[in-house]
Design a protein around this ligand. Structure first.
Ligand SMILES: [Zn+2]
Length: 322
């Protein structure tokens, strides 16, 4: 592990990586070191110190520090191996993931079980599938096709697309392309969610959503898809109810907007608790947040699948609570 970690650290200097995450130093301090706002907590006065020579950081606010791998672990809330995979991927398999996503998009139209699943989850407009670039991983054809395109088996395996035995890791899954990853939703009995190794990344399509004065935040991409279909374009998704530091930083960017949290209304209350924790955290950071109360046992997807429409959801927005 260690030689590989050293190689990554040399290949991707900490400062370069921070700059790709739009981190900017506010001032220089002694010995070429730089100070700026900490990306790991909602920082208001520069407490994040970067030493480009030692390739290390330390935050005087949250007390955390380390190298680029440690930074990625904290920023995306991932384990060491996943941080390594993410960094490796950031060095140039962007086009690989784009090729995979287009392959899966073609497969969606060739496999009736995929269309049937989308219907069942309330997604029936072809335009939604098109806009969100939804695809389908049937399992079993990907490796062959990627090798034909000129990718090495090693690169395909390193990206986590096929396993050591050469089999597709995404099989019978509806696939949504993310920035730097893929999200696969099982249509069968396999574990419901899956990402490629690495982080889930930031909020879904945040760059396109962040300019709205009102933003709806949901847990799952199938929630997002039905809202999109109902005409709500100001929706983003955390891909789970736990937000990583990167996602929190996106919501705490200081822009004047109201965030509506529409998490699952689980029978055991876990979704409501997650929403409350998030609301509490965001309010402390000065963000205007309201919580949408869905009927018991519902998430936004099941709300629409169960017959809810645009106007009914609009009423839930109007009745959202702090
Ligand atoms: Zn910090």
């Amino acid at each position: 592990m260690w030689p590989a970690a050293d190689a990554i650290k040399q290949q991707i200097p900490l400062l370069d990586y921070l700059q790709t995450q739009s981190w900017k130093p506010v001032r220089r301090v002694s010995r070429g070191r730089l100070m700026g706002l900490c990306p790991l907590h909602c920082d208001h006065q520069p407490s994040f110190l970067v030493d480009p020579v030692k390739n290390l950081f330390y935050c005087y606010g949250c007390g955390r520090g380390g190298d680029v791998i440690r930074f990625v672990q904290l920023y995306y809330d991932v384990r060491f191996g996943e941080a390594m995979a993410l960094l490796r991927r950031s060095t140039g398999c962007g086009s690989l993931l784009r090729d995979v996503a287009s392959f899966y998009q073609v497969q969606l139209h060739r496999h009736p079980e995929a269309a049937a699943y989308l219907q069942q989850r309330g997604i029936h407009q072809p335009q939604v599938v098109e806009d969100l670039e939804v695809g389908y991983a049937p399992g079993g054809y990907l490796r062959h096709w990627l090798v034909t395109l000129g990718y090495s088996l090693g690169a395909i395996q390193q990206a986590g697309l096929v396993n050591a035995a050469g089999l597709d890791t995404f099989s019978h899954r509806i696939v949504f392309p993310l920035e730097g990853n893929l999200y696969g939703r099982s249509i069968g009995n396999a574990a419901a969610h899956r990402f490629l190794p690495g982080a889930k990344g930031g909020l879904y399509r945040w760059e396109r959503v962040k300019h709205h004065s009102e933003v709806i935040l949901v847990e799952g991409l199938l929630d997002l898809a039905v809202l999109w279909q109902a005409g709500f374009r100001n929706v983003t998704c955390a891909m789970g109810s736990h937000l990583n530091a990167h996602q929190l930083r996106q919501l705490c960017d200081g822009a004047p907007r109201t965030v509506y949290v529409a998490f699952d209304s689980d029978a055991n209350g876990s979704g409501q608790q997650a929403a409350q924790r998030l609301v509490h955290h965001l309010v402390n950071q000065g963000v205007t947040v309201l919580r949408i109360e869905l009927p018991n046992g519902h998430d936004p997807n099941s709300f629409f699948v169960g017959g809810g429409d645009n106007q009914q959801f609009q009423r839930l927005l109007e009745r959202a609570v702090p």
